[in-house]
Each structure stands twice: as C-alpha cells, then as structure tokens.
Design a protein around this ligand. Structure first.
Ligand code: UDP
Length: 262
C-alpha cells in the first residue's frame, strides 16, 4: 500500500527483510534527547554530533529503512526547570516545545547536508518554519524515503518528548522505538555513580514499572506497553550501534518489550 492510508502495520508486513546484511525493520522511530545534541558544548548544539547522527541515519536510509526522529529540547529549555525558577509551567512547557523545534531544524539541516531529504513536522502550528504534523502526510514522507523529524513533542504542556516519541511510534506503526542515551542501556543503578551497576539486556515493560527503572516517564512506558511497541535503549556514542540495531543485533543496549505475551 503506497498511498499512506489504511492499516500501517499491514502495509509494512510484507516488506520486512531478515538477513545479517539487511535491515530487519521497515520503519523505526529514533528518540534523541536534547542533551544528546550537546556533545562537548555546555549549551546548545554540537555540530559534530549532528553530523555524526546524520551520517548514521543516512546508512539506515540506504538500507531501505524508513526513519522517523523525535528530538527533545532539554539542551535549551525544560518547562519543569523554568517553573522551578518561578515561571508559569505552561509557558515554560511552550518554551520547551519551541526548543525542540530549534533542535529539529538543526537536525533537518544536518540531514540535508549529507544528501538526505528531511521534513520537520511540528505538533504546534508554526508553518512558516516547518510543516504541521499530519499523520498521513508523515507516513507518505516516510514511504518516499524522507526522514521525518517530529517537533514540538505532543503539542501539549505537561508531557515529555519521550511520551511524544511513544505516541508517534504508535501512530506511524513503527516496529521499533530506539532511544539514544549516553550510557550502554538500562542499568540496575546509575552506571556513572555506581561501578557495580548491572546492564539489563532484556526487560519487560511491567518489570520497568515494578522496579521503577529510569527508562522513560511512566506515560511513555505505559503507551508502549499497551500498544506493544518494543524499545531498544542504546549508547549513541558507540559508532555503528544504530546500524547494528537496525540489522537486528540482539546484544546492543537493552531491549524492553512485553516478553512472551508480545
Ligand atoms: N514538552 C511539552 N510537551 C511535550 C513535549 C515536551 O511541554 O509533549 C516541553 C517540556 O517543557 C519539556 C521540554 O518541552 O521539558 C523539552 O522536552 P524534554 O524535556 O522531553 O526533552 P529531552 O529531555 O528529551 O531533551
């Protein structure tokens, strides 16, 4: 089905390939936190990080994978932090969402500079700068091999971009959500603070909830669980790991899913 309409999962089913040299996913959603874009900069965006990410996304596109990206805004503004400093929370969240637009535009530019076609789609109407988010149009872009960068989170205050990533992954029928972090996956404790922290290779969403593991906020976890979207958490600083995930490697980072119930 090429018209972007109808049952996305059904449309994807026949096109999945399984091979060591090929992608095992047809459509994935990558979640990048704003902090991931900081790189070695104290504030804002490190262009070398963007260039590296763009090159990795290009490899995935060249394998035939449809790539959607959700970018956070924590490198610029977070609503909760602004509210702590006395600002109205909703205004702070609006600023946080606009921060994700800034990051998304920077990523779009980096993607175009490596020769890809990319479209920023915003959940808040800001249509002299980028497209509005329209699900069917997003799917059409993906089918044409364009990278879709979802900006402005969910478009609502009091949510996070992790929740936006879960929502968009479900809406577009992504077979996997990939969360880029600065550590090697999900750990039993903060691996930066605790040398004995153990990396989980596999967890169920219920285990994440029961053990209160810091993977994503609860809204995002529950949405992925209830809609059966698997999540792989990996270290974005390990070159080649994104491709390994896309080719189906099972030993990268941590996989979170519904286990045998899935
Ligand atoms: N935000 C929001 N609604 C959303 C997504 C994000 O209000 O659906 C705001 C919120 O203030 C948040 C900020 O945008 O703090 C940046 O997003 P997030 O903190 O998720 O970014 P990340 O931690 O991934 O960099």
């Amino acid at each position: 089905m090429e018209d972007g309409l109808g049952d996305v999962r059904e449309a994807d089913g026949g096109r999945m390939k399984v091979s060591g040299d090929h992608a095992v996913f047809n459509r994935v959603l990558l979640k990048l936190s704003g902090e991931a874009l900081l790189g070695s900069e104290p504030y804002g965006i490190d262009p070398t990080v963007l260039a590296r990410l763009a090159a990795e996304v290009k490899e995935a596109i060249e394998l035939g994978v449809q790539m959607a990206v959700v970018v956070g805004g924590g490198n610029i503004f977070r609503g909760a932090g602004l509210a702590d400093a006395g600002m109205d929370r909703v205004t702070g969240d609006h600023m946080g969402m606009l921060a994700t637009v800034i990051n998304s535009l920077a990523l779009q530019d980096a993607l175009e500079r490596v020769g890809l076609f990319a479209r920023v789609m915003s959940a808040i109407r800001i249509n002299q700068v980028c497209e509005d988010y329209i699900r069917r149009r997003a799917i059409r872009h993906l089918e044409k091999g364009r990278v879709v960068v979802f900006a402005s989170g969910t478009g609502n205050p009091f949510f996070t971009t992790d929740s936006a990533a879960s929502l968009r992954a479900i809406e577009i029928g992504a077979e996997l959500m990939i969360k880029a972090t600065k550590v090697d996956g999900v750990f039993s404790a903060d691996p930066v603070m605790h040398a004995n922290a153990r990396r989980y290779r596999h967890l169920t969403y219920d285990e994440v909830l029961d053990r209160r593991l810091n993977v994503m906020d609860l809204t995002a976890i529950v949405m992925c669980r209830d809609n059966n979207v698997p999540l792989r958490v990996y270290n974005m600083n390990r070159a080649g790991d994104l491709m390994r995930i896309i080719k189906g490697a099972g030993d990268v980072g941590t996989l979170v899913d519904n286990g045998d119930e899935a």
